[in-house]
Design a protein around this ligand. Structure first.
Ligand SMILES: [Fe+2]
Length: 513
């Protein structure tokens, strides 16, 4: 669902598009009583159809300008209708060459259309290959990966890149293609328009029997599909047994998402991994509990997932952004948090860090203009690591800074009251820069274990609950708590809670605290 959120917006679809298509596709398979393996493949195909969409986005943008706008139009066009297809590309070129003379524009259109096949086929093949590879890293089985390699194929063989036809196109691809077009056409043309177009395209883009199955009861299949779809609805639709990822598989899934984000543009290659390794090292140096360090690393892997909502054409611009583009760009931490919200559980802590990765202590960051008290040690480390790593990478509007210049930039941000001095010092030391200050003291003079105990108490856990979460005997937990109380000079739970709040030791997303 996190990937579905990001790819919906990156491909110009509406919010919850993939989720709604999942509900519709599952209703269609339920009607036809398919086995669980088929239903599982349909379920994942609907949610993950576009996870390869990031591959070569910069090539699409270079050829056609705003690739999100282009994809939005393509989502409604019948790829077999050559005239409609050409029209979309002509409009894209016209958007890109707004200031060109009519003669220049005509030339650009001619050149663009001649290059279209040369550009589109290898790009779409890349999407399929990348989708399969990411699905493998997410732990999805072979049959699901096969379908993700066929996302642009169609019933009549006029799809891309391989021109498969009929039953050579897997069933989940045939069904989800129909479901997703039904949703997109419904948004663009209303219910009557949608059913008319599906009927007209049956036998071309869509398998005739499936189109018939849908059209026979389209109104019922569409009930409730014009609003948002919640997480619980989608979770309930997954055929049993549910695929679960253990800690190590989660690590690989987060890493796959990092690569999925970074491969969108050549200058961000490896960015998220680099931020993660810096932030992780700094977190260890500052003595944070192991669970915090894991959350920081996972947040670093995913921190820019919200950037997918902004066209590559914007990020690749060498000149200044327009006000509108700036607004869209500054909202990427918001979309990142929204995308990750569907993870639930510990994912909420990761999402809270992602939301804050461009915030500053003095309220000058974005998008919420949060201030110091709202920025946990983890959020401060992530912001510092992100700023250092980004400065070291080239961007279209500026060259890469050397390590020394990047370090100077961070120290200036500390002086201006933007970044946390301890977090910056830890990041710079871990990046091999000579230390300017003594090694940072442990947070509030506490050990990682003491911080964990303090947080549980502050959040209102009983001794028993705290012992269970820490995986120790209740008696041992009691000892830990008594020792902690005497160390920090309090005698009650409330006193400990206030102590934790005053020192910023409370994590974002903690329940009662
Ligand atoms: Fe960012």
């Amino acid at each position: 669902m996190a990937l579905a959120y990001a790819t919906d917006l990156a491909t110009g679809h509406s919010r919850d598009f993939a989720l709604r298509s999942c509900v519709l596709a599952m209703r269609l398979v339920d009607g036809a009583r398919f086995d669980d393996d088929t239903r599982r493949a349909v379920y994942h195909q609907a949610l993950l159809r576009y996870i390869g969409c990031n591959a070569d986005s910069h090539l699409l943008a270079a050829a056609w300008g705003d690739e999100i706008a282009l994809r939005q139009e393509l989502a409604r066009v019948d790829f077999g209708d050559r005239a409609a297809f050409v029209e979309v590309f002509v409009r894209a070129i016209t958007r890109t060459f707004t200031d060109a003379s009519p003669a220049e524009l005509a030339k650009a259109v001619e050149r663009g259309l001649a290059e279209a096949a040369q550009i589109n086929v290898p790009i779409l093949s890349g999407h399929c290959e990348v989708a399969q590879r990411i699905a493998e890293r997410l732990g999805l089985p072979e049959d699901i990966r096969e379908s993700l390699g066929q996302i642009y194929e169609r019933w009549d063989g006029r799809g891309m890149p391989r021109g498969l036809s009929g039953n050579a196109v897997t069933f989940p691809v045939r069904l989800v293609t129909l479901a997703q077009y039904a949703i997109a056409l419904h948004e663009a043309h209303g219910f009557e328009g949608m059913t008319a177009m599906i009927a007209q395209r049956a036998g071309g883009a869509y398998e005739p029997e499936l189109a018939q199955l849908f059209l026979a009861d389209a109104e019922r299949f569409f009930v409730g599909l014009d609003g948002p779809v919640d997480r619980e609805t989608i979770l309930a639709l997954e055929p049993a047994p549910h695929a679960m990822l253990d800690e190590q598989a989660c690590e690989e899934a987060y890493l796959a998402i990092a690569d999925f984000i970074d491969m969108r543009m050549p200058f961000t290659f490896g960015h998220s991994r680099a931020v993660a390794s810096l932030a992780e090292a700094a977190g260890k140096r500052m003595g944070l509990p192991a669970a915090d360090i894991r959350d920081i690393r996972w947040a670093a892997y995913t921190h820019d997932i919200g950037e997918l909502t902004v066209p590559v054409a914007t990020w690749m611009r060498a000149g200044a952004l327009t006000e509108r583009e700036t607004d869209a760009a500054r909202l990427h931490p918001y979309h990142g948090e929204r995308a990750l919200a569907s993870l639930g559980g510990d994912g909420k802590l990761v999402a809270a860090l992602v939301q804050r990765h461009h915030e500053h202590l003095d309220g000058s960051g974005y998008y919420r203009n949060a201030r110091g008290p709202d920025l946990s040690p983890g959020a401060r480390i992530l912001a510092a690591a992100e700023m250092f790593q980004t400065a070291r990478e080239a961007r279209p509007h500026r060259p890469a800074s050397g390590d020394v210049a990047a370090a100077a930039r961070l120290r200036a941000a500390v002086k201006d009251g933007k970044l946390c001095p301890d977090a910056v010092e830890a990041v710079l030391t871990c990046a091999g820069q000579p230390a300017r200050r003594a090694a940072p003291e442990r947070l509030a003079g506490l050990t990682p274990r003491e911080i964990e105990v303090l947080r549980l108490i502050a959040a209102g856990d009983t001794m028993k609950e705290a012992a269970r979460k820490l995986d120790i005997a209740t008696k041992t937990a009691d000892n830990h708590i008594q020792n902690l109380y005497s160390k920090i000079g309090v005698t009650t739970r409330a006193g400990a809670a206030l102590y934790a709040l005053e020192r910023g030791l409370v994590q974002h997303g903690m329940s009662s605290a």
